[in-house]
Design a protein around this ligand. Structure first.
Ligand SMILES: [Zn+2]
Length: 219
């Protein structure tokens, strides 16, 4: 099954992350091209409708959600996942811009208090949209379960501890995710001390980014 998005590059700055995202050929670029799929995303995370969103049709995301870029929807879904973990602090924000040379290419900028949190949320959001737009006959992603798994993952990476001796089957997928994201974390780590505007670029294979925390919750 073709992927909806390819995450081409991730730039990690001091407090922002920028992902260059390609909407694959044959896939819709705007939500208005598949309003049913857009509604599926809305029902997974209805709170996105109330996000502040300036500069498009109005002041809330709901004002433009029916006719905006899929990349913009991906941004809001990512921000909502981050919000719901409660680990994003006050600085969760996002911005999506088209890349001039290609109408299918977008830069999504996300607040990044924590690399693993932001990358995990982005990859989970991409997975949810893959379901909504490409695989709607599959069981719906578990939004709350994804948020819980990501919260646990990020907390454990921060050394905030998870219960010991509780190796239930339910926790195993989260550990798998932890390994994936930990690998990304290592890639990003050397950048942490650089100035925000330093021209650093990390190419993270899309295979490492896709699937994400949400994948663990598809039964
Ligand atoms: Zn917006």
């Amino acid at each position: 099954m073709a992927d909806l998005f390819n995450i081409m590059k991730i730039h990690v700055g001091e407090d922002k992350l920028r992902a260059r995202v390609l909407v694959n050929p044959g896939m819709p670029v705007r939500t208005s091209e598949d309003i049913e799929a857009t509604a599926r995303v809305y029902y997974l995370a209805p709170a996105i409708a109330q996000h502040a969103c300036y500069g498009d049709a109005g002041e809330k995301f709901q004002d433009c959600m029916g006719d905006t870029e899929l990349a913009h929807l991906l941004e809001h879904l990512t921000v909502e996942i981050m919000n719901q973990t409660g680990l994003a602090g006050d600085i969760s924000f996002g911005r999506t811009r088209g890349v001039a040379e290609d109408p299918r290419l977008f830069d999504i900028e996300l607040g990044c208090p924590d690399d693993a949190l932001t990358i995990g949320a982005l990859s989970s959001a991409a997975f949810m949209m893959q379901w909504a737009f490409v695989n709607p006959d599959a069981p719906a992603p578990d939004f709350e379960g994804t948020v819980a798994a990501l919260t646990q993952l990020v907390s454990s990476l921060r050394g905030e501890g998870t219960p010991e001796g509780d190796e239930t089957a339910a926790e195993e997928p989260a550990e798998d995710v932890a390994e994936d994201v930990a690998a990304d974390e290592e890639v990003a780590e050397p950048l942490a001390d650089e100035a925000e505007d330093a021209p650093h670029t990390e190419d993270i294979a899309s295979g490492a980014v896709f699937g994400g925390a949400a994948a663990a919750h598809v039964e």
